[in-house]
Design a protein around this ligand. Structure first.
Ligand code: DX5
Ligand code: ZN
Length: 216
């Protein structure tokens, strides 16, 4: 399993320290949440902060764009050497084109789905998608309660991926903790994002180790 701590829950006053903690830990990716105050009711950070993250991050950066018209900014995100760029299906009237845009810039293409959005929106693009991000909370804030219906959605997504023999990974984002991680992995999840559970822990490095140990 791939564990992607969300920097949204890090201490921005000590961002370098928190990034270095992740570098040295058993975590796999940096999950980076970009919010525009329009697609979601919150603003997080933009390019200058991403640049600061890039300067220190030694693991792949997984950028989650919670923004309208992401196609306008994808080229600049790709220029920061990020590995994966995920856009929301709900924010992309021309999702097929936006996926192609991400891939053509040498990044992996992710598509995020809000809790209410059916997996079937991906039926005709799944083979082009590297990562499906299933939102297990309504996007916009860290520290929210996990939506239990997500387990069914993981199974439905897995079935769609298998139907087309696609290589797509499934990422779960929101309210993930050690209490639901195993069940999510058993349902078919490949990547778990954890923000407050990791950064709110007394010993984040140890918490990461315990989560990673779930599948050994
Ligand atoms: C929510 C973000 C999540 C968030 C997860 O809009 O997309 O990545 O940071 O935080 P926790 O793990 O605290 O729910
Ligand atoms: Zn996210």
């Amino acid at each position: 399993m791939i564990l992607a701590p969300s920097l949204l829950a890090s201490d921005f006053g000590n961002l370098q320290r928190d990034i270095e903690m992740i570098n040295k830990s058993e975590a796999d990716w940096f999950h980076i949440d970009v919010m525009d105050g329009r697609f979601v009711p919150n603003i997080s950070f933009g390019f200058p902060v991403l640049k600061a993250i890039q300067a220190h991050a030694q693991k792949p950066m997984d950028v989650h764009l919670m923004i309208l018209e992401p196609e306008k900014y994808i080229e600049e995100f790709a220029s920061y050497g990020v590995e994966t760029i995920s856009v929301h299906a709900e924010a992309c009237p021309h999702l097929h084109r936006t996926i192609q845009q991400i891939t053509s810039l040498g990044c992996k293409a992710g598509v995020a789905l809000n809790p209410h959005t059916p997996v079937s929106v991906l039926e005709y693009v799944i083979e082009m998608v590297d990562l499906v991000v299933l939102m297990s909370v309504n996007p916009g804030f860290g520290g929210q309660k996990f939506i239990e219906k997500t387990y069914d959605k993981v199974r439905d997504t897995k079935a769609l991926i298998e139907k087309y023999n696609a290589k797509t990974k499934i990422e779960i984002d929101g309210g993930v903790s050690i209490a639901n991680a195993k069940q999510l992995l058993d349902a078919g999840a490949d990547v778990l994002v954890a923000g407050s559970f990791v950064f709110g822990a007394e010993n984040p490095t140890q918490t990461i180790k315990e989560m990673k140990a779930l599948v050994r």
